[in-house]
Write a protein that binds this ligand. Sequence first.
Ligand code: E4P
Length: 217
Amino acid sequence: MKFFVDSADVPAIKELNDLGMVDGVTTNPSLILKSGRDILEVTREICALVAGPVSAEVVALTANEMIAEGRKLAEIAENITVKVPLTWDGLKACKVLSGEGKMVNVTLCFSVNQAILAAKAGATFISPFVGRLDDINMDGMELISDIRQVYDNYGYETQILAASIRTANHITQAALIGADVVTAPPAVIKAMVSHPLTDKGLEQFMKDWAKTGQKIL
Ligand code: E4P
């Protein structure tokens, strides 16, 4: 499973990237706002840091304007993935931009039908939002599972990018289902390391080691 970092925080991305844990990055207008940075500038910096796909989202609502914005974003670097919303205009933009050989991430997906349309329009990635479905008492992970089944039924090559990931358990579930990619905030990726038995076991080892009176260095 590929790991994307859902952030525009360059130091946080760098820390994970230095550990070899970053296969790509996703950003959105809210994350750009949170970074306090200029979109072109911060995206360029992220693209120079990370070798894999870096999603940069268009903000226009009509297909022609999305295409123009997508072309401009794609000029930033070769690893740019243009992110477009799952609207009819977004699908038109996806078709044109993917036809030009650009990677396209179709975002804000909340149904299997939307995911089918994105695959037909040539999306490189489909981003179903797990957490936001959970927020309205629906089962976000069930959507990942359903899209996996439908894409496999018909051999669609669009990669399932599980998004709106809020917990480390979401990552486990997405991996078990077979999502191609998970994008998660740095804090959620770091939370994957935690286990109470690891903490408890380490504490006991430290106590016993102290009793030996030995040193390694
Ligand atoms: C994905 O590409 C989105 O940027 C992101 O996962 C949305 O997550 P949120 O629902 O936590 O804002």
